[in-house]
Design a protein around this ligand. Structure first.
Ligand code: COA
Ligand code: MG
Length: 286
């Protein structure tokens, strides 16, 4: 699976932001057709996204489009308006049941067959952002092999349960954690919610590091200045890579001597630490 450390949102009706976002080195951009676009601008947004997909050079950045929710009545026009641009994947908001993804899966498979594209090539990322979504997160995570990531949406979730957002985020902690658990149980990536304070980069860094420690693979961005901070938080430092390599070397040497647990640099080491070190190396692309 490709790295998805930083995914940058922009309104789908804003060509300037799409072009700007395409050139920032984010792992992906999410061109929005849902809540970032006014109701009377949906059609303009579909046309803008379709044209951008064909004309803008995104380099290695993944080209994602956020649909309106399946069942909203807008999703069919969203697909019809953007498929021609052949996005790499769709981000599906407010997913509450596996049926919504199963419907999309069939719809996309039919398009892929009709257009001669490899079946299963259009990926899906599902946003879990309601009480029902959290309750059904396990079934949603297993809905289709097209699904590669679960995204946690804290603002909509808080609204749904009647919580008030705070900087500490305890009101969404259970849900945030449930998304990590469901994703891990089904081999999917987990991507953390947006950080809405556009000028507080220290706060963003702290929240991204917190998300990393919880097990998230990446975090959503909503402004260009957030991208580098998030990429940095989810990319291991050279010293961390060195430490992981030393730990694995020591583990292998002890295994050869028939020792499963051993002391290393002042700490007990056994299998879970080795797995963590291997994950860190994978994040570093090693
Ligand atoms: N993607 C790409 N470019 C963006 C951007 C984004 N998300 N947000 C801002 N920019 C660009 C602006 O167009 C501007 O470009 P310019 O200097 O070439 O004119 C530059 O970055 C600086 O922007 P700034 O003036 O600081 O922000 P703003 O007041 O124009 O916009 C927001 C603030 C919040 C409206 C904007 O950041 C945004 O649209 N974010 C994404 C919203 C969204 O998609 N929401 C749905 C998902 S939650
Ligand atoms: Mg939302």
């Amino acid at each position: 699976m490709r790295a998805r450390r930083a995914l940058l949102f922009m309104p789908g009706d804003d060509r300037h932001k799409i072009e700007k976002g395409a050139a920032l080195g984010a792992d992906g951009v999410i061109m929005d057709l849902e809540d970032g676009v006014a109701l009377n601008r949906k059609e303009v947004a579909r046309e803008t996204v379709r044209a951008a997909l064909r004309e803008v050079s995104f380099g290695r950045t993944e080209r994602l489009v956020r649909l309106n929710p399946v069942g909203s009545g807008l999703e069919e026009a969203d697909l019809e308006g953007t498929l021609e641009g052949r996005p790499d994947g769709y981000v599906v908001p407010k997913v509450e049941s596996p049926d919504q993804l199963a419907w999309l899966d069939e719809r996309l498979a039919a398009e892929e067959r009709a257009r001669g594209w490899p079946e299963g090539s259009i990926r899906l990322l599902a946003i879990i952002e309601s009480a029902r979504g959290i309750l059904h997160a396990g079934a949603i995570a297993a809905a289709t092999p097209r699904l590669e990531a679960l995204i946690f949406g804290a603002e909509d979730f808080a609204g749904d349960v009647g919580a008030t957002r705070t900087r500490e985020g305890w009101e969404v902690f259970y849900a945030r954690s449930a998304v990590v658990v469901a994703a891990a149980a089904h081999g999917l990536q987990a991507i953390d919610t947006v950080f809405t304070h556009l000028h507080d980069l220290d706060g963003l860094r702290a929240e991204a590091e917190f998300a990393l420690r919880m097990g998230f693979d990446g975090k959503l961005a909503i402004h260009p200045r957030q991208v580098a901070v998030i990429l940095n938080a989810f990319t291991p430092e050279p010293e961390e890579v060195e430490r992981a390599l030393r730990l694995i070397a020591a583990f292998e040497a002890h295994q050869a001597q028939g020792k499963g647990a051993f002391a290393h640099e002042g700490k007990m080491v056994d299998m879970p630490m080795v797995r963590a070190a291997k994950r860190l190396l994978a994040r570093a692309g090693r």
